[in-house]
Write a protein that binds this ligand. Sequence first.
Ligand code: THU
Length: 130
Amino acid sequence: MNYKHLAESAIKAKQNALPLYSNFYVGAAVLTSGDNVYTGCNIESSSYSLTICAERTAIFKAISEGEREFKAIAVAGDMEDYISPCGACRQVISDLCGEIDIIMVNSNGDYIVKKTSELLPFAFGDKDFE
Ligand code: THU
């Protein structure tokens, strides 16, 4: 599957980031099962731990619009290397999106693709307390 378009949406979403303290701009774009795209950016708070990552912004936006099934999420940063989602976002992707493609985009617009379970093996989930 070619994720060029989704990667470009993540790169564009980066422009709206509000990295007040880190100055690290991140954008994300999540693709639903019905081929809708929801974008997100990182938004920082003076109480640093209240910061939200681009991936979770995009996923929560989609879910709040009624979406429940996902195919892929792209994340883009201003790094030469491929950006990699933080642990908190990996858990949220695993919980709310399931086994999807995670597209990690570098500053050239090139990307690599990994599955959720590759980035979060042996994940905790709702199966653990049912
Ligand atoms: N950040 C993201 O938005 N996504 C990632 O995958 C890595 C980190 C944000 C959180 C914070 O605003 C800034 O990047 C520095 O950690």
